[in-house]
Every structure is written in C-alpha cells, then in structure tokens.
Ligand binder design. Structure first.
Ligand SMILES: *Cc1c(COP(=O)(O)O)cnc(C)c1O
Length: 489
C-alpha cells in the first residue's frame, strides 16, 4: 500500500500476551483468595432489588479501562450481590459445587475457545466427551446400553432441564413414528411424572407442544415416591379416554425431599405399555460413585434415558449435565437437521458423532475438559471419599435433629438432604429460617411436605466439614430457642 512506513502499524486494542499473563495470574490469585476466605462472607447476598445496578455506571465506557480497575470493581460492586454457593455454610436448594480442577478445566476450555458443534469442528471436543461419558457409565455402574460402543451413548448438555426436554422430544417422536416433527399434531400425547417431580418436566411438556394439561402428576406414597399402581391406573384411564400415553419421568432423588421413585416397578409398566422411560437423577446420581449407594439405581436398566448433573454434587463447575440414551438413533432422528453449510466428509462417512444432533442448540462448549480434569484430579477414590463424607455428615445431622424433641424429621433422608421441622408449626419454622439466612451464618431453604413448611439442609458444598454442620445445628437450635415475638416485630 502507499506511503506506509511502518510507524502506522495496525492499531490494536487487544490485551498483549504479557498483559494477559500478568492479569491472568492476578485473577487466579483472586479466585484462590476468594475460595480460601469464602467462609467469611454472609452466605446469602444482602443486596436489595436494583441495588447492584444502581452502583454501576449509566453508560458503557467509550475508552477502555485498566484491568486492575475492572478487577477492583468486581470486588467492590459485584461481590456484595453474590450469594456464596461455594461457601461451606451453603446448605440451600441442591448444591452447585465446584473445585479447583473443575475451574481450571473450564478456564482452559475458554482458552481454547473451541465450538464443538460437529466432530469436524474439533475432533478432541467430541472424542474426549464420548470417552469421559463412557468412563462415567463404569464409575456409576450404569447399564452397559448407555455406552457409546452399544446402541446408546452419552452427551454433555448444559442442564438437566435440557436433557429432559431432549428425552421428551425423542419419546414424542418415537411414539408418533417420527411424524410429529413433520406434521405437528400431537394433541393426544400424555406424559407422566409424580407430584414431587422437578418443574423441568412440565416445562419440557410446554415447550414440546404436549401441554401442561397432558402432564399427569401421579400421587406419591408416604415417602413422597411415585405410586406405581396409581401410574398404571392413570395410563389405563387415559387409554380408555382415547389419549396416547408416551413418556414417564421417574425421579431418583426429588428436589423437594430427595424421594426415590420405584424405578424398577415403573420401568416394568413402561415396557408393557411401550412408553419412553426417562430417569432424572440430577443430584443424587452422583452418589452411585459409591457401591453402597448404587441401590438408588435399581431398575435403571429399564430406562430409555438417564440424566444426572456433575454440576450439582460432583465438583464440576456449572454447567455440566450428563445425558444418556439407550438408543441414540431415536435421539438423533429427533434432533438432526443438516443444512448445506454444515455438510462435511466426516459426517457423511457416518463414522463420527456430531453432538449437535443430540441437543437443542447447535453450538457447544468444550465442557468435557473440566469433567476430565475433575475425574483425573480426584480419581474415583477421591470422589467417593468426599461423597461419603457428605452423606455421613447429613446422617449425623439426622441423628442430632432426632435427639431434640422440639424437632422432627419430615421425610426419609437416604443421602445428603435432610428435611426437618420444628414441631411448633409453619410460622416458627419460617422465623427460624428467615433469621438464620439474614444472619449470613448459613443458608437454608424450605419446601412444603403434606402442606407443612419444612426446612431443608443439604450437605454438598465442596468444603463443608463437620464443624460447619455442627455450627449450623447449633445456630438452628439457638434460633429455635428465641421467643417468637422477636422474629419480625
Ligand atoms: C436441579 C434439578 C433439576 C434441574 O437441573 P438443571 O440442571 O438446573 O436444569 C432437575 N431435576 C431434579 C431432580 C433436580 O434436582
């Protein structure tokens, strides 16, 4: 080009490799310090609605800012609005635990910046995923039909909600000869799950055009597990009404109370009725790493699909869900669509997996890296050790609650979730929970069981030790001892 003497080298706003190295080290230091000190923060953010936004500048910067200033603002402006899910005093919902190898694997996934929609767009992204998912079949002792070497296989989805939606769609297509995708009209299809199942099943039915009205919420027994006899009766009634049952979702560990549906009995009904059986083991599936907890998977060999979240209890930084199908052709036939611009030799040869055909979206992150890092860092034994520890701590908590006559255990606690309540009624339990959460000392959430407000304590944060659970119990007792009038007046 004309009169370019080199001084006018291309202008760039990019971070230089040296700057990146320096700031990157600072970020890792920040994360290491944060994790070392996370216990000191109030677990539940005290931010009021709108407060965080109000502290941010009205307009984006026209000129770039110094990285140290950006990182400083993370601490100053953002941290006050963060609820500390990685705190060892986090006992709310189900955990979303994370670990150093998980974080580093996720960082490397960002560093590589791979988009793994097709095998051809990054072979390692696909093959590592297939490999790690096969490892997990052995690690959890899942049925061999979920291995990639069989007719089935596994895939990493973002969340259990997506996995369940994919399962429901595949079930819908199988039940309608793969015609619903073409012609629509699935007004007679009916899906089944229990009254205690996760909301993602109803949501999947909404999205898939089944309609919430055609999701039957089957009654549960005294342990909050689906009643197989009621399921069979409902299927029968629906058939007689001219409807078309097609899909059942059984829960291995409901979110509300960790109830275990009788998968084996449900599976036999599904086989007889030719219905797609999906098993949702979002949190509790991880427990099957330990042979002594594998009974929770009894009957899973009858499932068409199965899902669990390493991003809940298996130390794998959000998001990472594992989804297995027994017949990958059913899933692929449901979700596959091949536009010209994605055609390539590897795909045409049929000798590779293109995971875009196993999920809703096209693009996908290199999520298997963090899972691979976690499994290799801890080893099977390390993972088992920490899962056992969490379960043991929860069981110890059960014994403490049982030993205090003011409290009662509200549901069976097969693993790491304890549902309990003060015998004094809803207002007292609400007061205890509100005061504890406001104190910042720990974070608990609630559910309703048989119409009664019930407190939930789930042990699953990466760094929760005995002393944290002991203190939680001490604080619960302390708040229970306070006169009720001190609550909100
Ligand atoms: C948490 C949970 C889900 C939803 O998980 P996401 O990954 O957030 O979609 C589904 N089912 C059960 C039983 C759960 O506990």
């Amino acid at each position: 080009m004309s009169n370019n003497d080199g001084k006018n080298a291309e202008k760039s706003f990019h971070m230089t490799p040296e700057e990146f190295r320096r700031h990157g080290h600072a970020v890792i230091d920040w994360i290491a310090d944060y994790r070392a000190n996370v216990e000191k923060y109030p677990v539940l953010s005290k931010a009021k609605p709108g407060e965080i936004r109000a502290s941010l500048p009205q307009n984006p910067p026209v000129q770039g800012e110094a990285f140290s200033k950006i990182l400083g603002d993370l601490e100053k402006l953002i941290l006050p609005g963060v609820t500390h899910w990685q705190s060892p005093n986090f006992f709310a919902y189900f955990p979303s635990n994370s670990s150093e190898p998980g974080i580093l694997g996720d960082l490397l996934s960002s560093g590589l910046g791979v988009q793994g929609m097709l095998w051809a767009t990054s072979p390692a992204c696909t093959e590592l995923e297939t490999h790690v998912l096969d490892w997990l079949v052995h690690m959890l002792d899942l049925p061999k039909k979920f291995l990639s070497s069989s007719a089935g296989g596994g895939v990493i989805e973002d969340t259990a909600s997506s996995a369940t939606l994919c399962a429901l769609l595949a079930g819908r297509e199988r039940a309608t000869g793969y015609a619903s995708n073409q012609r629509g009209c699935y007004g007679k299809l009916v899906a089944y799950t229990s009254t205690q199942a996760h909301s993602s099943i109803e949501k999947a039915a909404m999205i898939a055009g089944i309609g919430r009205e055609h999701v039957r919420l089957i009654e549960v027994d005294e342990n909050f597990a689906m009643r197989a006899d009621k399921l069979a009766a409902q299927i029968d009634a629906d058939r007689r009404a001219g409807l078309v049952p097609f899909f059942v979702c059984a829960s291995v560990g409901t979110t509300s109370s960790n109830a275990m549906d009788p998968v084996e009995e449900i599976g036999k009904i599904c086989q007889k009725e030719d219905l797609w059986l999906h098993v949702d083991a979002a949190m509790s599936g991880t427990a099957a790493l330990c042979p002594e907890f594998r009974h929770i998977h009894r009957g899973v060999e009858l499932a068409d699909s199965y899902t669990f979240n390493p991003h809940k209890w298996m130390f794998t930084t959000f998001d990472c869900n594992c989804f297995y199908v027994a017949d990958r052709k059913a899933l692929i036939q449901t979700l596959s669509i091949l536009p010209e611009y994605l055609r390539n030799q590897a795909t045409e040869s049929g000798s590779v997996i293109d995971y875009r055909d196993w999920q809703i979206q096209l693009g996908r992150r290199f999520r298997s890296l963090k899972l691979w890092f976690v499994i290799r860092h801890y080893g099977v034994e390390g993972l088992q050790h920490h899962i056992r520890q969490h379960v043991a701590l929860a069981q110890e908590f059960v014994s403490w609650v049982s030993g205090d006559s003011r409290f009662e255990i509200a549901a069976p606690a097969p693993l790491n979730l304890v549902c309990f309540r003060h015998r004094g009624g809803d207002a007292i339990n609400q007061g205890i929970m509100d005061r504890l959460n406001a104190s910042g000392d720990l974070y608990l959430t609630h559910t309703k069981l048989n119409g009664k407000l019930t407190l939930r304590l789930c042990v699953g944060a990466t760094r929760t030790e005995r002393r944290h659970v002991e203190r939680a119990w001490a604080r619960i007792r302390e708040e229970a001892g306070k006169p009720r009038s001190s609550a909100h007046t």
